[in-house]
Design a protein. Structure first.
Ligand code: PEP
Ligand code: MN
Length: 347
């Protein structure tokens, strides 16, 4: 529920209401607006408690949260959440680009890609060490060796790293290496995995499932938020439709919907969203225009040799060209592409 304080309620009255709510076991979030303060409260709403709160000095009214997602919704927290990773602020006025190979394949491949995407302006390095492959005979990733290589690339370039965790039992190990834990589309409703990543308190990138509604996606985020981890980034990566011209159908309307319903940052993956390199740049520009907070893009120095997702990977030159185009689109919609600070940028 939301406790709406009266216009002009004093700081003491607000503190008193917050203290009573905590006393009754509510999890609370205070939001001080220009007009009035509202206090979001989640917990057991016994009628006697509601009456008690409603009668406190300074309280105007109590409004129930109608949406099934509570902590993920804007009713609970109207202002945007900013997830900070190093000096990168995802969900702010900066448009943040994450890039790197689909899979970590070798030290040489990863370091070459990391240097190239950094030079082009990427702020976060992606790379899978545990790969969710349709076929058990396909390359499954380098596992812990891949994580070690990601840590090495971070040391070499200064870029924070994002990598997928496939299984609850791997969460502690992956969290030791990764700056952001990625939950893949196939695992969006793996509730034990969601509970496990909540415990780490590391930022989590939650991909939308291949056949999940926006509401189910936000309910999945709710598992992580209610587990005490508030650093969640949503990622639209395309859904299954009847269309076969692209690998998936990138649902950019879901970005607008998720941004309206939720305070969480929303980024777009145009690589898995389209599956074809030639559509990655147009859909990246569109994602920026529609109001996404950033992108995650697959880049490989030699896509024809990639062990996974070569057809959708950009070359470093194509990626660099796209970054230039994004600067113009971002400026047109009142954003700017996040750039590395000058100090330390030479690493
Ligand atoms: C990936 O990012 O490499 C990946 C497997 O993505 P998704 O879970 O969206 O398919
Ligand atoms: Mn991939």
């Amino acid at each position: 529920m939301i406790v709406v304080m009266k216009h002009g309620a004093t700081p003491e009255e607000i503190q008193n209401v917050a203290a009573r709510l905590r006393h009754f076991g509510f999890d609370i979030h205070v939001s001080a607006g220009v007009e009035r303060t509202v206090i979001g409260a989640i917990g057991d709403k016994k009628p006697a408690i509601l009456e008690n709160i409603e009668a406190l000095p300074g309280v105007e009214r109590i409004v129930p949260i109608l949406q099934p997602f509570k902590l993920a919704g804007r009713e609970w927290k109207p202002e945007p959440t900013i997830v900070q990773v190093g000096d990168v602020r995802i969900g702010s006025d900066e448009f943040v680009v994450m890039a790197g190979p689909c899979a970590v394949e070798s030290e040489a491949q990863l370091i070459e890609t990391a240097r190239a995407v950094k030079a082009a302006g990427a702020r976060i390095l992606r790379g899978g060490a545990y790969k969710p492959r349709t076929s058990p005979y396909s390359f499954q990733g380098l596992a812990e060796e891949g994580l070690r290589l990601l840590a090495l690339a971070r040391e070499e370039t200064g870029l924070p790293v994002i990598t997928e965790v496939l299984s609850p039992k791997d969460v502690p190990l992956v969290a030791e290496y990764a700056d952001i834990l990625q939950i893949g589309a196939r695992n969006m409703q793996n509730f034990s995995l969601l509970r496990e990543v909540a415990v780490t308190k590391k930022p989590v990138l939650l991909k939308r499932g291949l056949a999940n509604t926006v509401e189910e996606w936000l309910m999945a985020a709710e598992y992580i938020l209610s587990g005490g981890n508030h650093q969640v980034i949503l990622c639209e990566r395309g859904i299954r439709t009847f269309e076969t011209a692209t690998r998936n159908t990138l649902d950019l309307s879901a970005v607008a919907v998720a941004k309206e319903l939720s305070h969480l940052p929303v980024i777009v993956d145009p690589s898995h969203g389209t599956g074809k390199r030639q559509y990655v740049a147009p859909l990246s520009r569109a994602a920026c225009a529609v109001g996404a907070d950033g992108l995650i893009i697959e880049v490989h120095p030699r896509p024809e040799e990639a062990l996974s997702d070569g057809p959708q990977s950009l070359t470093p030159a194509q990626f660099s060209h796209l970054m230039g185009e994004l600067a113009a689109v971002a400026a047109a919609v009142g954003r700017r592409v996040a750039q590395a600070a000058r100090v330390g940028a030479s690493r």
